[in-house]
Design a protein around this ligand. Sequence first.
Ligand SMILES: Nc1nc2c(ncn2[C@@H]2O[C@H](COP(=O)(O)OP(=O)(O)OP(=O)(O)O)[C@@H](O)[C@H]2O)c(=O)[nH]1
Ligand SMILES: [Mg+2]
Length: 323
Amino acid sequence: MFIDFAKISIKAGNGGDGCNSHYHHRRKRHITPDGGSGGKGGDVILRAEFKIHTLLDFRYRQHFKAQNGERGGSNCKKGKDAADLKILLPCGTLIRDIKTGFILRDLKNSGEEVIAAKGGLGGKGNIITHSQSEKGQLGEERDVSLELKLIADVAIVGKPNAGKSSLITAISNARPKIASYPFTTKAPILGVLACDDFSCVLVDIPGLIEGAHLGKGLGIEFLKHIERTKLVLQLVDISPEATNDPVSDFKIIDTELKSYSAGLEKKPRIIVANKIDLPGWQTNLKKLTKALGEKIISISCLEKKGLEELIYEIRRKLQTHSC
Ligand SMILES: Nc1nc2c(ncn2[C@@H]2O[C@H](COP(=O)(O)OP(=O)(O)OP(=O)(O)O)[C@@H](O)[C@H]2O)c(=O)[nH]1
Ligand SMILES: [Mg+2]
């Protein structure tokens, strides 16, 4: 299951208490302090990892606590520092402090991390203070929200059954389910297109229908995963079996993108007509070309026609828009 929002509570470890102890010198008849300091509490670190694609794990677990530092001991023994607690997140996760609304970090790239709660410092032992030892500091704690907005270069959008999953399968390493009924894809799917010295990340967005912004079909919540993409690939099924009016099919998607109101409709785009292996597609392509007055790339995912031209165009557009 794909989950793109979660709330968790994190608590860093407390510092270990410093020790209050004394060494008794038998012959000299005096005592000297020998209490060691406490160890540092573990930090809670949030880290982006390319292998993770969803926030699903946080459905089952919301509380995370790093270990406390060890107490200092007598005989100058320093308490051990506790290990940090690392929580792995998908690339593209925005971390926000729920109480203040402050964004702690937007973890975009794999390996990026942020200390979201700092472990408390260990208290000083009386060997350092020469008087009373100190208590360890408390570790930070906070509630944070995690919001995933996938990082991809190109978003594939279109009506259900347009062939979005077939396309991402044909040109990338993604292998989503493909079927002849609508809403086969229920969550965004990422795929890497690699061709010679060029590579980019594609995302297959679940199908949109008229009124998606009003909650119809799967709604438009998945459109947040287009916010960061550089290019939108709008796929239209132009087979007469699917439609007599490709222009209205196209406009429906355009309207839904506008309704999301994040400027998605203003992103550079490529219009692609699919299923040109089915008879009668030429008439629909003419209608669409005339109405839009824009370049349209026609392809067949089934017969792998036009895919090279499409990949070339994706590459050209990404480079033109200095992405
Ligand atoms: N004839 C023909 N059929 C195609 C082509 N591309 C996809 N299809 C078929 O169209 C149907 C829908 O394809 P999908 O790739 O699942 O479509 P989708 O846009 O991902 O659909 P949803 O996930 O439901 O939004 C499947 O039966 C595919 O085999 C094509 O180029 N030609
Ligand atoms: Mg699909």
